[in-house]
Ligand binder design. Structure first.
Ligand code: AMP
Length: 295
């Protein structure tokens, strides 16, 4: 069966009314890679009907960010999704998602959206929660798949679902990496060969941080932050924006790692902004069930 491409909200809503069984949604901004496809495959395995959305959401980009040059290759994306067994690809225009007079902004308030990405990219999460809420209301998925790559976004979406009482299960998926450790991202295409090599310092630093905690037994967050900074400092092409050692669920900054935590980094590599993270649990602590796949 071939994939159905839907570009209008009204047609998507009508298509949804015809769907039977569990409906899975994988929201993306397109330019698909193996990270996206891991979500797509899980959705395919768990749901009767699988919808993938492709929408480069303008409201989550700040002024001076890469909205205009964000990579796109719709033909290839559709080919890949057809192969992966998607039933519907929802590909609305900006006007469909934000019709004239659109005012249905949905926000998650508090620390979770104010810190880290929220601090560096003001308004970013307001754009994310608004578009995700709108996608959820249009597609009404039973399950929605999000990558740990965007760890803060995943937790913000969980909070959104709880706050708005949306009947959807948010399924977290582990970070898919290139063989050399670089976290897959549509934005990696911006990197020159030299920048790409330099960018490996990020995943290397995070890998070392995880080992330091989980095998070395280090619990002091400052020690960990300093070690990450030291590893990345060896690469003049990489400018760290933040290194955070935070509670895995709330993202509040930690002094000591005594419960499941994350080490998160954001950095500019040349003009490309990259993020990455690892989940850690203190040495000797069993990895909680819900995190088993992410560690
Ligand atoms: P994006 O198209 O970048 O908005 O990403 C769409 C979804 O794919 C988000 O839930 C991301 O977290 C997820 N994703 C992106 N890159 C990866 C990756 N390397 N591994 C796992 N999930 C990813």
């Amino acid at each position: 069966m071939s994939v159905r491409v839907v570009e209008s909200v009204a047609v998507m809503e009508a298509a949804r009314r015809e769907m039977r069984g569990l409906v899975g949604l994988v929201p993306t901004m397109g330019y698909l890679h193996e990270g996206h496809l891991s979500l797509v495959r899980r959705a395919r395995a768990e749901c009767e009907v699988m919808v993938v959305s492709i929408f480069v959401n303008p409201t989550q980009f700040g002024p001076g960010e890469d909205l205009e040059r964000y990579p796109r290759d719709t033909e290839r994306d559709l080919r890949v999704l057809e192969q992966a067994g998607a039933d519907v690809v929802f590909m609305p225009s900006v006007e469909e998602m934000y019709p004239p007079g659109f005012e249905e902004w949905v926000e998650v308030a508090g620390l979770l959206t104010e810190r880290l990405e929220g601090a560096t990219r003001p308004g970013h999460f307001r754009g994310v929660t608004t578009v995700v809420a709108r996608l959820f209301r249009i597609v009404r998925p039973d399950r929605a798949y999000f990558g740990q790559k965007d760890a803060q976004q995943l937790r913000v979406v969980r909070q959104l679902v709880q706050q708005e009482g949306l009947p959807v299960v948010v399924v977290p998926m582990p970070i898919v990496r290139e063989p050399d450790g670089l976290a897959m991202s549509s934005r990696n295409v911006y990197l020159s060969a030299e920048e790409r090599t330099a960018a490996l310092a990020l995943s290397r630093a995070l890998r070392e941080a995880r080992r330091t905690v989980m095998e070395g037994g280090v619990t002091d967050a400052d020690t960990l932050r300093a070690a990450v900074r030291a590893t990345v400092a060896g690469q003049p092409l990489v400018q760290l924006e933040y290194v955070s050692v935070a509670d895995e669920a709330t993202l509040s900054e930690l002094e000591r790692i005594e419960r499941p935590a994350m080490v998160l980094v954001a950095a500019k590599v040349g003009s490309t902004r990259l993020i990455d993270n690892v989940v850690v649990v203190p040495k000797g602590m069993a990895v909680p069930e819900g995190l088993r796949e992410l560690v």
